[in-house]
Design a protein around this ligand. Structure first.
Ligand SMILES: Cc1cc2nc3c(=O)[nH]c(=O)nc-3n(C[C@H](O)[C@H](O)[C@H](O)COP(=O)(O)O)c2cc1C
Length: 210
C-alpha cells in the first residue's frame, strides 16, 4: 500500500476542537479548492458552488443553526458546499464550456447535449433530481478532504445543520443554490476526539470480490 496516502487518511479525523490561533495558508486553501474544482461529476454537470465564508458574524449565525457546533466558528476556514437549483441552465452551460475547452462548435456536441438534457431534466423533478445533484457535491467534498489530509490540513465534513436556515443566512435561494454540506479546515487543538481510536469496518467487511 502507498504509505503516504494511507498515513494521511489514517491521520485524518473529524476534528471537533480546532486551534483558533492557526490559519490555513492561502496557498493550501487554493490547493484544496482546486482539488474540488477538478472533481468529476455525473455527465460533467459540476452543479456545485464552494462558498468560503470569511465574515465572523455570518459564521456565528451559521453556528447557531448548526446545533452550536464550535467547528463552524473556530476552524480556520468554513466552506459551504451547495448544489445548484437552476437545473435548466446546467446542460446548456456544460455544452458551452465543453465546446470552448475542446475548440468545437456547440452544434458538434449534439450527442452530449441530448445526453446531458435527458440525464438532468429527465430525472423526476423534486427529491429525486435534487438528491442526485446533492449526491454529486459529495465528490468534491471527498476530494477536498483527501487533498487537505495529504498536505496536513485538518478537515471535517459536516451536515449537522438546518439547511433552510443556512440558505436564508447566506441568501442562497436568490443565487439559485441550496446548501448540502460544510467543510471545515484548520489545525486540531486540544481535541480529545482526534486522539480516540479511529473506528472503521475491516477491509473484509467493506470489500467483496465476486
Ligand atoms: C458528510 C459528513 C457529515 C458529517 N457531519 C458531521 C457533523 O455535523 N458534526 C460532526 O461532529 N461530525 C460530522 N461528521 C463526522 C463523522 O461523524 C466522522 O467522519 C465519522 O464518525 C468518522 O470519524 P473520523 O472522520 O474521525 O475518522 C460528518 C462526516 C461527513 C463525511
Amino acid at each position: 500500500m502507498n504509505k503516504i496516502i494511507i498515513d494521511a487518511f489514517t491521520w485524518r479525523r473529524a476534528v471537533k476542537v480546532f486551534d483558533t490561533t492557526k490559519k490555513v495558508s492561502e496557498e493550501d486553501l487554493a490547493t484544496i479548492l482546486e482539488a474540488g474544482r477538478l472533481a468529476p461529476s455525473s455527465i460533467g454537470t459540476e452543479a456545485w458552488k464552494f462558498i468560503v465564508v470569511t465574515d465572523p458574524e455570518t459564521r456565528g449565525k451559521l453556528r447557531e443553526v448548526a446545533y452550536g457546533q464550535q467547528q463552524v466558528t473556530d476552524a480556520s476556514h468554513l466552506i459551504v458546499i451547495a448544489r445548484r437549483t437552476d437545473v435548466e441552465s446546467i446542460a446548456p452551460e456544460l455544452i458551452a464550456r465543453t465546446a470552448k475547452a475542446q475548440g468545437k462548435a456547440e452544434g458538434e456536441l449534439e450527442g452530449l447535449s441530448k445526453m446531458a438534457s435527458g440525464g438532468i431534466m429527465g430525472k423526476p423533478e423534486g427529491a429525486v433530481r435534487d438528491g442526485w445533484l446533492a449526491a454529486q457535491t459529495y465528490i468534491p467534498l471527498g476530494m477536498m478532504m483527501a487533498a487537505a489530509s495529504m498536505i496536513g490540513v485538518d478537515n471535517a465534513g459536516m451536515e449537522g445543520f438546518d439547511n433552510a436556515k443556512v440558505d436564508e443566512i447566506l441568501g442562497l435561494p436568490e443565487k439559485h443554490l441550496a446548501s448540502v454540506t460544510f467543510l471545515v479546515l484548520g489545525y486540531r487543538g486540544d481535541d480529545a476526539y482526534s486522539q480516540s481510536p479511529k473506528v472503521r469496518r475491516t477491509i473484509d467487511e467493506v470489500v467483496e470480490r465476486v
